[in-house]
Write a protein that binds this ligand. Structure first.
Ligand code: TRP
Length: 333
């Protein structure tokens, strides 16, 4: 039997190249090897965005379109929306009973986000319980592997602790999941900081060829090379080089490095070439996105069908979890 892999993404709307190469490429690989569940974590989005809840459904469609466009395949992976499976709420509730407050208060992402999102009032019960909901998502499907970025490691660690606690109190129902840390290429945005929607430095998967080209032409290169006649050092200093590495073939890269160091190739010409390569790379993605976005039914059907498959699993698990919870068990203390 194939091992199970599960991951979720908060619906933040259109995805950018950072998501594509940091997360989705990995999901694409995993869907070949594991039985995968990929879901839209809309209740998680609500923990920080409850004041603008209405934005979330719109963002779901934009995000899932990007998933499908880049090759997440509903024939291979089960795609669904968290809030369609009410069992997540029930399991979250049960787990919340056994999760010590201290574990949540110590959670580094909780402390960090409360610092960073000062403009949002997230001193809420729901936000503190964010990792409890995440634990419910994961163990509901008895997932063995959870592909996440490094920022999510504390949540998987908490999931492991909560799972062990449930199993200890009520019986061995849930496998303890492992995080699967992907090797993600460093993908800077146009200004050299990490690509992020909130920095306004992103190239979106759904940008037009003109937008991609325009954005690339504004990208920071080697700041110590103001003129073409100055020799550059792309591997050390050029921001755009991080993208070149992803989109151009090895041999061409070598030539570019040599020509840049020899002050023969200017940044404008180089970025034109980069823009062209990205556009070529994205062309089939755009085609697919267009196809899916023309029939908005399709996307809803995919999520509905995935939801049905997920629900079956969730119902099975919850029957076991309830049975374990309410029966006198063999624990000997
Ligand atoms: N918290 C995750 C994030 O922000 C999203 C998420 C919710 C998730 N539930 C999950 C990821 C379960 C992996 C498994 O990225």
């Amino acid at each position: 039997m194939k091992k199970r892999c599960l991951s979720g993404m908060r619906p933040s709307g259109k995805l950018h190249l950072g998501h594509l190469h940091g997360v989705l490429d990995n999901w694409k690989r995993l869907q070949e090897e594991y039985e995968c569940f990929f879901f839209v974590a809309d209740w998680h989005a609500l923990t920080t965005n409850y004041k603008n809840a209405w934005e979330i459904p719109e963002n779901i469609v934009d995000m899932v379109l990007d998933w499908l466009a880049v090759g997440i395949d509903p024939e291979k992976a089960t795609l669904f929306i968290q809030s369609d499976i009410k069992e997540h709420a029930e399991l979250h509730l049960i787990l919340s009973m056994i999760t010590p407050l201290g574990w949540l208060e110590r959670n580094p992402t909780y402390k960090e986000q409360k610092q960073q999102l000062k403009d949002k009032d997230i001193s809420t019960y729901g936000f503190l319980g964010y990792p409890v909901l995440q634990a419910a998502d994961i163990i509901m499907y008895k997932a063995n592997k959870v592909p996440v970025g490094i920022d999510q490691l504390p949540h998987v660690e908490l999931t492991r602790e909560i799972t062990r606690r449930f199993n200890y109190l009520y019986g061995e129902i849930f496998p303890v999941p492992d995080a699967l840390l992907a090797e993600t290429p460093k993908l800077p945005g146009l200004d050299g900081r990490k690509m992020s929607k909130s920095y306004g430095n992103s190239i979106f998967i759904s940008d037009s060829p003109e937008e991609v080209t325009k954005k690339i032409m504004t990208m920071v290169t080697d700041v110590e090379r103001p003129r073409k006649s100055d020799p550059g050092d792309p591997e050390k200093r050029c921001v755009a080089f991080n993208l070149l590495k992803l989109y151009l073939p090895e041999e061409r890269l070598k030539e570019i490095v040599a020509d840049c160091k020899a002050a023969k190739l200017g940044c404008v010409a180089c970025k034109k070439e980069l823009a062209k390569a990205i556009v070529e790379f994205l062309e089939p993605v755009w085609e697919k996105r267009e196809k899916f976005s023309k029939s908005s039914d399709t996307i809803h059907e995919i999520l509905k069908e995935g939801g049905e498959r997920a629900r079956k699993e969730a119902q099975k698990t919850m029957a076991q979890a309830r049975e374990a919870l309410w029966s006198r068990n063999v624990r000997s203390d």
